[in-house]
Design a protein around this ligand. Sequence first.
Ligand SMILES: [Zn+2]
Length: 314
Amino acid sequence: MRPRTNKLVTLVAAIFIPVMAWGGSSEVTASRLNVRSGPSTGYRVLGSVARGTVLETLGPKSGSWIKVRYNNRDAWVHGNYMKTVATNNTTTTSSTQTSYVTAGSLNVRSGPSTRYRRIGSLSRGTAVEVLSSSGSWRKVKLQSGTGWVHGKYLSSSKPSSTTPTSSSSTPSRKGYIQLSNSGPGYFGYYSANRRWGTPTFIYGIQRVARRFKTANPSAPRLGVGDISYMNGGKMSGHASHQKGVDGDFRPLKNNGTEGRVTIFQSTYSRSLSQKMFDLFDQELRIKYIFFNDKNTRHTTPWPNHDNHFHVRIY
Ligand SMILES: [Zn+2]
């Protein structure tokens, strides 16, 4: 049962022989090989390793002896019972493969387990080149050198926008945070890079959407359009939306759908839209809501606001 043997060998290697990310590697060919504190049989036996175990080799042979890494220390084994392997117990990917960090902050370690020293961290969305694997761990190329990260937190596709409710979201230079593509009671209908706002605004929008959903479980969600860019500034198509305190939203529809609607269409729901305005008014300090249905409260008519309402907060 070949797979089982391999598994056992891997297990033995994982328990006894932490294999580091650098240096060469050799595999034990003897059924059992002593590991010594120095390069001759005169040195103390530190332990022994089983056939198939891969040891990290540290530099050239001394006579017949090879210096290896064993239980986090330098040690020696007889070279007659070792054969060089291309890498340690890792699988080298045929071509380097780009992966993205999905954790908010991912520890980078000097070797493929949590026992290894933390040498840095990578933030969510960072692209890394995966060089090889060891169990669940991936060896990645860093700006200088290499390191190991847990593969669970890597994805071959770029993660979607950060979730602002999690502390892991990356604030912009201006301190804005990004509203995710969707969440309880809301969805974004333009691109995520246009949905950055002040934390007050973003969290407020989320509270409004959540309360609306709770109060109106069968109603459509709040559609969120443009807010601001990551660091504010001029946004195409708008005079405002420059400071993370403006947001465009779709009026609610009365047929359960979430597409575009104007106040002149029969599918426009004044009552649901009004409930949304009321929640905005309760959850945020509203400077104005531009919207052209004159029979709604908390709103101010403004040109071009038939098919969306524009919320500005203080
Ligand atoms: Zn607007």
